[in-house]
Design a protein around this ligand. Structure first.
Ligand SMILES: C[S@@+](CC[C@H](N)C(=O)[O-])C[C@H]1O[C@@H](n2cnc3c(N)ncnc32)[C@H](O)[C@@H]1O
Length: 241
């Protein structure tokens, strides 16, 4: 039974949950967000601003949508490393990478966000989309991303938020906490994964609070911007040069 408490079993439970929903993950993302999820990832990669010849790290890459979006910007002249601790998610990601013939650009590796298997100052940019909220130790993962970034490297985080407009907020609350878990359960055949989603968002720091955590993890000038009425928020920080 998955609880939101950061118990020693939490990472294993999260890993098991994503393994169990992996085959339906992309389909449910597109359906439950009415296709907006790909627009949010594109906006996140715009903010990361990949340049030719650079190396990027996608933390909690899942089925590699972000890694593929980065690769699409300069396919032959940049490198992307995607890391995730779920074998089934990575397997699906690898399949998509092969279908899009991006094997020369993207490498996937199994690993934990809280203990990244890379040397310091390895990447020009690091990004995590819808990953942070699932980590057992958010600040440790942020500090790890800071460690592996080169000086002046960019960090981009994409996470769910809650629309600040009260009317929209109520409509969204109804959708996110009532409809989405039922539709998610129906299609994923997983009892808790899609009720865990809104519960984990409700418990996770957003906007000013998360920006502060970025600053406290070593990132300079951390900022945020809302997308789609504040359903999601993009965060940006820079490693001091
Ligand atoms: C909601 S999915 C996001 C996947 C992808 N970034 C996307 O945009 O669709 C969260 C992913 O985080 C991974 N994950 C959660 N906690 C992790 C951790 N501590 N270390 C590595 N991966 C983790 C899960 O296996 C899952 O693939």
């Amino acid at each position: 039974m998955l609880t939101l408490e950061r118990s020693p079993e939490f990472p294993r439970q999260i890993q098991k949950m994503f393994g169990a929903v992996a085959s339906k993950y992309d389909f449910l993302n597109r359906m439950l967000s009415a296709g907006r999820d790909q627009y949010w990832r594109k906006a996140a990669v715009d903010l990361l601003s990949p340049k030719k010849g650079e190396r990027f790290l996608d933390v909690a890459t899942g089925t590699a949508d972000i890694a593929l979006e980065i690769a699409a910007r300069h396919p032959s002249s940049l490198k992307v490393m995607g890391v995730d601790f779920s074998g089934p998610m990575l397997k699906l990601g690898q399949k998509k990478i092969a279908e899009q013939q991006r094997e020369q650009t993207i490498t996937l590796q199994k690993g934990c966000a809280e203990s990244l298997p890379f040397a310091g100052e390895s990447f020009h940019g690091a990004i995590s989309a819808f990953g942070l909220r699932n980590f057992s130790d958010t600040q440790r993962a942020l500090k790890e991303m800071h460690r592996v970034l080169k000086p002046d490297g960019n960090l981009v985080i994409l996470e769910f938020s809650h629309p600040p407009n009260p009317v929209l907020g109520w409509i969204y609350l109804f959708y996110f906490h009532f409809l989405l878990p039922q539709v998610g359960k129906l299609f994923s055949r997983h009892d808790t994964a899609y009720s865990y989603l809104p519960q984990s968002v409700a418990k996770f720091p957003m906007r000013d609070e998360l920006t502060l955590l970025l600053n406290q993890s070593g990132f300079q000038c951390a900022t945020y911007q809302d997308l789609t009425f504040g359903i999601v928020t993009l965060y940006h920080g820079i490693k001091n040069g």
